[in-house]
Design a protein around this ligand. Structure first.
Ligand code: IPE
Ligand code: IPE
Ligand code: MG
Length: 251
């Protein structure tokens, strides 16, 4: 199972979800504007994607812009949207080369038509990728996600296609974003804050959480490996006892 290029212990997480936080503080520490931090943050995102491809991690979800981030100064929001558009234009070719399949989660209808168009094109252009599902959360909020799932189920009930009694956690799971992918098994948040900030609140119910003080622009392959190593050290019990898990794992 070991590979020459990947010194980490197995198993690799199957789905890593990252809150890429700390761009603004990273820039401020260097006497630069916050937007400089966002530019460097975009580079770190690219490096994280490459690392997942290298390690064979099949699913990566990046929190790029939350539904709450609209309340930032309008100039900062504009720079973020411009950077985002630029990244789509510049990176798609390499994403295709790496076998990355891109998808967006969040309420994209609130984004500019130009951005929505570029996003749709990037999704289409990368649709044949099989190595890594890269999910970018833009104008995403975990509460919005749960509400949109509830609305979609309610609509099916209204049309007479679904009995309310048939709604259970499994069905609900298939209606939240990323419901077709394995749930994130490793969550990483950079920037030192220990909170979820309305990211994938349904999907993270049993995820291992890794918080690091490292600011996102400084988050590289080494820090990523530290997070994976910490993931590999924990015993995932899912409500069982440690002995039960060992009995199955050691069989
Ligand atoms: C994360 O970095 C990027 C976005 C939220 C878009 P921040 O911009 O939140 O950086 P800090 O937390 O202010 O340092
Ligand atoms: C979370 O970071 C959102 C993203 C990384 C896109 P924030 O910087 O917005 O989170 P809070 O406001 O500190 O909780
Ligand atoms: Mg922040």
């Amino acid at each position: 199972m070991s590979s020459d290029t990947a010194p980490q212990v197995t198993p690799m997480p199957q789905h890593v979800a990252i809150v890429m936080d700390g761009n603004g503080r990273w820039a401020k520490q260097r006497g630069k504007p916050r937007t400089y931090g966002h530019r460097r943050g975009a580079r770190a995102a690219r490096a994280a994607v490459e690392h997942c491809v290298r390690l064979g991690i099949p699913n990566l979800t990046l929190f790029a812009f939350s539904s709450e981030n609209w309340s930032r100064p309008v100039e900062e929001v504009n720079v973020l949207m411009t950077l985002f558009l630029r990244a789509l234009r510049n990176e798609v070719k390499d994403l295709v080369k790496y076998g990355v399949r891109l998808r967006f989660v969040g309420d994209v209808t609130q984004l500019s038509p130009a951005l929505q168009q570029a996003m749709a094109r990037a999704v289409e252009d990368t649709s044949a990728g099989t190595k890594l599902n890269l999910n970018i959360a833009v104008n995403y909020g975990g509460r919005w996600d749960i509400v949109q799932a509830a609305k979609s189920l309610a609509e099916q009930v209204r049309r007479g296609e679904l009995e309310p009694d048939a709604i259970d956690a499994g069905l609900f799971q298939r209606h939240v974003c990323l419901g077709d992918l394995p749930e994130p098994d490793l969550f990483i948040r950079t920037g030192g804050e220990v909170r979820i900030s309305n990211f994938l609140i349904w999907q993270l119910a049993y995820t291992e959480l890794h918080f690091t003080a490292c600011m996102w622009p400084d988050f590289g392959a080494e820090e990523f490996d530290v997070a994976i190593a910490s993931f590999n050290r924990v015993q995932r019990r899912f409500g069982q006892t440690g002995e039960q898990v060992e009995a199955v794992g050691g069989a």
